[in-house]
Design a protein. Structure first.
Lengths: 273, 263
């Protein structure tokens, strides 16, 4: 169990990561990816994880999902420490690539997790079909992924994640590959969805504005090896609207986070390599 | 981009035209040269043989056709099972794969007479020869196909809590289907050759047998009729497999990046 921080509720958090270390081997050298990472996610809490690329954010999600074993430390769900194998299937994990199966239609891709959880394909389809309109996908049920745009593929991947019906969502830069307009639209839409369903969320992003706009708390990781350098509770009301982006509170959070990322330090003049 | 109907028609027109020209040239050359019939019959004589001997030809075609289908069915089941076994275990892979490749260096000319000694003149040795030549492309393509699966899709399924069988059923097998089909197309054409070869070594019926008998009687026009039937059989079976692929894997029409190997 993670050391309880002051004011923490007595009920065990949805997810608790304590003292997580991870290593990887590259060119025969053992390098540290994560160094003593500890944080909690409460039930229904939206946490954003930001940090420089290569800082081990994706590795951390791999570890939480159970795909990759941590070298040290513990992961607990609802207070129970679980091995990597036991963690598999606990969280719904959306990786950076949409990972749609080219041989499945949009509908069957969205229904994948339901099928894995033991429902028949028929039932899985019925459940997925009922949500297609809400995800802006109506009419594309029978299309194959190769026929769809990047934005639509991403929404199918997201629907697949939501339909897994897990209490914790792990989202690894879900909007990273999209253009700015699609991105803003999908952020608003993710927020609306989450406000209704209220799963716990860990969102990995490199976009500070996205993190502040969406999250209850923003955790800042250092460059490799990833360490928690700052945790910023976001002081914005829930039911957030786009105009908050220009508010004083938003800008203050932004200044703090950019500073924590080391992006406010004076940049040395010179021609970029 | 799907080709227009005109494009599709033209794709057939050119080979058909070339074939017509070649046949006409053959007919004219044989007539002008006064080549003896037993040496090289003109296409018209082959056509006559097809018309006159159709009952005999049909009878032997049926025999060969059954051998081809049974041989392919056997190779299909065995090849896919072997492919799955090789893919599923490193030990099996290390033990079986080198032997499988080495077995391909044993010429069928050596093997077919042995099969004849062991299993007699009946249907079985022909089915076995057909199956043996078709086994290799099926097994190798199955292994390649199963390995072509996107590792991250397997990871996604694992993160959903999917076990080994579910991952196989939902990701590996569907990902392998294009390669299995491409192996099947080659394998079924190989089966025709295998069955005829088995018949040539020793048989009482089948197109291979009929060819040999007709050749020894200098009925060369009938030999050509047999060859023509075999060619049509091979192309038709190949096309049926290709058609099945189009129907069963409709998604392939939209994906062009993963080209399976034609081993």
């Amino acid at each position: 169990m993670a050391a309880a921080h002051p004011g923490a509720p007595l009920r065990a958090p949805l997810l608790s990561a304590s003292h997580i270390d991870a290593f990887y081997v590259e060119d025969g050298q053992t390098l540290q990816a994560l160094d003593d990472i500890s944080f909690d996610v409460a039930d229904g809490e939206f946490v954003a994880l930001i940090g420089p690329s290569g800082g081990g954010k994706s590795t951390l999600l791999d570890i939480i999902s159970g795909l990759y074993p941590q070298a040290g430390g513990e992961i607990a769900f609802d207070g129970a420490v679980l091995t990597p194998g036991q963690r598999l299937g606990h969280a719904a994990y959306m990786r950076q690539r949409d990972l749609l199966m080219p041989w499945r239609t949009a509908l069957d891709n969205a229904a994948l997790a339901i099928e894995v959880h033991g429902h028949s394909r028929r039932e899985a389809r019925a459940i997925a079909r009922a949500r297609f309109a809400e995800f802006g996908l109506a009419g594309f049920e029978d299309a194959y992924p190769a026929q769809l745009s990047g934005g639509m593929r991403q929404r199918i991947a997201f629907l697949r994640t939501v339909l897994a019906e897990r209490r914790l969502l792990l989202l690894d830069e879900p909007f990273g590959a999209l253009d700015a307009l699609n991105r803003v639209a999908l952020q608003a839409w993710l927020l609306a969805l989450w406000e209704r369903e209220r799963q716990g969320v860990i969102l990995v992003t490199h976009d500070v504005d996205e993190a502040i706009y969406l999250a209850d708390r923003v955790i800042v990781l250092s460059p490799r090896p990833g360490r928690v350098v700052h945790i910023e509770p976001i002081d914005l009301p829930r039911h957030r609207t786009r105009d908050l982006v220009t508010s004083d509170v938003f800008l203050r959070h932004r200044a703090v986070l950019l500073d924590a990322l080391g992006l406010l330090a004076p940049v040395e003049a010179g021609v970029p390599a | 981009m799907t080709p227009s109907p005109l494009d599709r028609l033209l794709r057939w027109v050119w080979p058909a035209l070339l074939l017509a020209v070649l046949i006409a040239a053959w007919e004219i050359a044989v007539r002008l040269n006064d080549t003896p019939r037993w040496m090289l019959p003109p296409p018209s004589a082959v056509a006559t043989s097809l018309r006159v001997d159709w009952r005999l030809l049909l009878e032997h075609t049926r025999v060969t056709f059954v051998e081809v289908l049974l041989g392919f069915a056997l190779a299909f089941v065995a090849g896919i099972l072997a492919g799955i076994a090789i893919d599923s275990s490193r030990i099996i892979e290390r033990a079986v794969y080198p032997l499988l490749i080495a077995s391909q260096t044993i010429p069928m000319v050596v093997l077919a007479p042995l099969l004849l000694i062991w299993f007699g003149y009946g249907l079985l040795p022909k089915v076995l020869v057909a199956a043996l030549v078709a086994f290799f492309p099926l097994a190798v393509n199955t292994v390649d196909g199963l390995r072509a699966v996107d590792r991250e899709i397997l990871a996604l399924l694992r993160s959903m809590g999917a076990g080994r069988w579910t991952r196989f059923r939902l990701a590996k097998l569907p990902a392998a289907m294009p390669a299995i089909f491409s192996g099947s197309r080659i394998a079924i054409a190989f089966c025709v050759i295998g069955a005829v070869f088995g018949e040539l070594v020793g048989a009482k019926e089948g197109l291979g047998y009929l060819m040999e008998r007709s050749a020894s009687q200098f009925q060369t026009d009938r030999v050509f009729a047999c060859i023509l039937i075999l060619a049509v059989m091979g192309v038709s079976l190949f096309s049926i497999v290709a058609l099945l692929e189009r129907v069963l894997l409709p998604w392939r029409r939209y994906v062009t990046d993963t080209a399976p190997t034609d081993a």
